[in-house]
Design a protein around this ligand. Sequence first.
Ligand code: DGY
Length: 323
Amino acid sequence: MKNIKVLVTRKWPKNVETKLSQTFNVKLNNSDKPLTELELIKAMQDYDALLPTVTDKISDNVISCENRKVKVIGNFGVGFNNIDIDSAKKNQVVVTNTPEVLTDCTADIAMLLMLGIARRASEGEPHVRNSEWSGWRPTHMMGTKVTGKILGLVGMGRIAQAVAQKSHFGFGMKIIYFDPYFKDEKIKEKFSAKSCNSIDELLSEADFVSLHCPSTPETQGLINNDKLKKMKQSGYLINTARGDIVVEDDLISALRNNLIQGAGLDVFLNEPNVPEGLRNLSNVFLLPHLGSATEETREAMGMRVFSNLTSFFDGKEPVDRVV
Ligand code: DGY
């Protein structure tokens, strides 16, 4: 397949870059600098395949460009809201993603955020580092107990189920969820979970609300002031899905005014820009989109893209084809 020209938009794990280079005619991005829209358009005209990631906006402008050569877009990521899917469909460009391989690691980060914010780890760690800790005392930095609490999952896909597995069996949490598209009674029974009839029902009952829905027109801005008001005042919001599911300004004011107790966030509206309003709050635990960031997972994601690409150019259906 050495005659097939492939462009990788960011730096990928070494083993995957090597494998791609052994198989295709690959242009890597050793500088790891994001491509501009103009560079993406040029890439669409010069290459047979584009391998972008969540930081590349593959808009209609990019996909519908004149003299497009790219036939397949192999996204490095399970979420593909960075790609205009309608435009890909219209232009008959195949798009693939990387499901399954990042499920556990993303669920681990949701657990970390939940424990970190409830047990005030993000506040405590700098105390030790900056020599501000004056010693153990009965009322020092008391947080909230996680074990046995109610976890509300918004969306009940793979990552939500992995969070349910860890929190129900590991932390004795009661699982409730809201997902109008999820109908698997066996999974529901496995976690002794309750399916909520509305998101409001979930928000008012959960001690921790964890978001696990994709970013779609239906879910963008879902968690706004009105919804935050429905949460318990002692409740926590956890987001490892996408930043645009939450109205960030509404969340900041809910946290400032103690409408909710705290939030653990791995994703933001305009990454990597995190509003000062959030950064200044002590009742948030903030991470830089680390959900899938382990050596094992990132390599597995890359290998998944590789196998989707080889299938496509072998004339087979890529397993992770989304359009
Ligand atoms: C994804 O895959 O969608 C993550 O957000 C990045 O790992």
